[in-house]
Design a protein around this ligand. Structure first.
Ligand code: ADP
Ligand code: C5P
Length: 243
């Protein structure tokens, strides 16, 4: 799911020498809507920039033995299922040019694994997850907000295939969870965040035009930033002209 980053110059506290702020993109949408697919397409097209992908899934609370006994009653689609404070602190550190450790989550055991991922700051940071647009503090950090839109029946069909093959679930288990918590929480918490999106992508990864437009916009923003560093006055004059 993630594209590994090469280490780069950083001092003892993990801060990097550049003052450049990363371009933050948030990608939300229902389960199996194609969020990861869209992110990977953006990453592939922006291969000449340093990009990191951070999944909200990495910040799921681990379930203890008591909770695991009642795992079928647990709502993994509720905002409280995530450690948002930890996610915010990681994102803020990356914004400040610091290296962070992102937890690794295992969907089969419902726990964090021991191996955290060390992530270095980058030109572009993509945050992806069902509820990435839910918390206003996260929204405020984003330069671009995307919502991937796909029919519920298509998403359910994909989820059955994925969860039985990759996440160790039975078809009955996927259907029960979908009816009990995934669908109601999508309607209550995920769908209402669509209104915060700058861009809504129908048909996810099949929508090449939308992905091309997004990539063009990011390239333009990254280019503008570099020009701004070389010729700072150009952009002052330009903004005066706009007013
Ligand atoms: P999300 O990150 O929103 O959960 P993914 O991008 O991981 O969604 O896609 C979920 C599943 O659906 C994966 O198995 C993926 O291969 C499949 N999938 C995603 N987009 C498409 C598509 N356009 N056509 C067919 N299958 C797709
Ligand atoms: O990749 P996707 O966006 O589908 O991941 C989010 C989904 O993972 C949620 O809809 C949630 O129901 C599911 N999930 C799960 N078991 C966990 C953690 C999350 O089924 N342990």
């Amino acid at each position: 799911k993630e594209k590994d980053q090469l280490p780069h110059q950083s001092n003892a506290s993990g801060a990097r020498s550049s003052t450049k702020q990363p371009f933050f993109i948030g990608v939300a949408g229902g389960t199996a809507s194609g969020k990861t697919t869209v992110c990977n397409m953006i990453i592939t097209q922006l291969h000449d920039h340093r990009i990191i992908l951070i999944n909200q899934d990495s910040f799921y609370h681990s379930l203890d033995a008591k909770m695991l006994q009642k795992v079928n009653e647990y709502n993994f689609d509720h905002p409280d299922a995530f450690n948002m404070e930890l996610m915010l602190s990681c994102v803020e550190k990356l914004k400040g040019g610091l290296t962070v450790n992102i937890p690794n989550y295992d969907f089969k055991s419902h726990k964090n694994t021991e191996h955290a991922r060390q992530v270095y700051p980058a030109d572009v940071i993509i945050l992806e997850g069902i509820l990435i647009l839910h918390d206003s503090r996260v929204r405020d950090l984003l330069n671009m907000k995307i919502f991937v839109d796909e029919d519920s029946d298509v998403r359910l069909a994909r989820r059955i295939r994925r969860d039985t093959i990759e996440r160790g679930r039975s078809i009955q288990n996927v259907l029960d969870q979908y009816t009990k918590s995934v669908k109601p929480s999508f309607e209550e918490f995920v769908l209402p965040t669509k209104k915060y999106a700058d861009i809504i992508i129908p048909r996810g990864g099949d929508n090449d035009v939308a992905i091309d437009l997004i990539v063009q916009h990011i390239r333009m923003k990254l280019g503008q930033h570099n020009l701004c560093k070389i010729y700072p006055n150009i952009f002052v004059i330009h903004s005066t002209f706009q007013i």
